[in-house]
Design a protein around this ligand. Sequence first.
Ligand code: ATP
Ligand code: MG
Length: 227
Amino acid sequence: MKSPSPNKPLTLALSKGRIFDETLPLLEQAGIHVLERPESSRKLILPTSTPDLQLIIVRASDVPTYVQYGAAHIGIAGKDVLYEHMEQHPGGLYQPIDLNIARCRMCVAVEEGFDYHTAVKKGSRLRIATKYTRAAREHFASKGVYIDLIKLYGSMELAPLVGLADAIVDLVSTGSTLKANRLVEVEEITEISSRLIINQAAMKNRGAQLQPLIDAFMHASVEQTSA
Ligand code: ATP
Ligand code: MG
């Protein structure tokens, strides 16, 4: 992975938490070691053992923005985040690889005892709280269900419990958060995993430098998936 470059280092944008944790083994497999942990370091720019590669740590939903504007050349973002981002910014990003990390599903959930399927059948208008407004709007439109959307930025699970919404659209992996809050999943919308994203101009200008990194991600994710 060593290709000395006269340019500024390549910059990979990541969020801390599960995406960072699940990306680390992929980088390690490519022989790239991250020299500090985002949890213990306050630094937002993390050097790696590869001198021409640095990481930046940003909010999960900001990753596509940094890559779109070329502030990072490459990034890793969930399909949930990408789908919402692309509504406002449809171009500018390549999404060449599904890394199969940070896997979960997007689903509709309601409070235990709420008869969702009957409400839908009767044509009731539903109040839906979510951070994923595009995905929710399109899901219910495709079912012909009328909804009022309430945009939230976190803790969607609370909304049905306090009467803010009839249902939520949220991400679920084990279901334990839903269960702890007496919510039940009533519909799956789509499966979610994270993708590698690349700034299109960077691919043109620095493709020779980016390609080995893309190939390394490709190999590492295939090996991890088949392991
Ligand atoms: P923040 O916590 O800063 O509000 P966030 O909730 O989007 O942002 P994370 O919880 O780190 O940040 O999630 C990052 C990505 O990981 C999501 O965009 C999604 O693709 C995936 N993800 C979210 N929740 C889960 C989950 N329960 N299991 C697996 N992957 C998940
Ligand atoms: Mg979260």
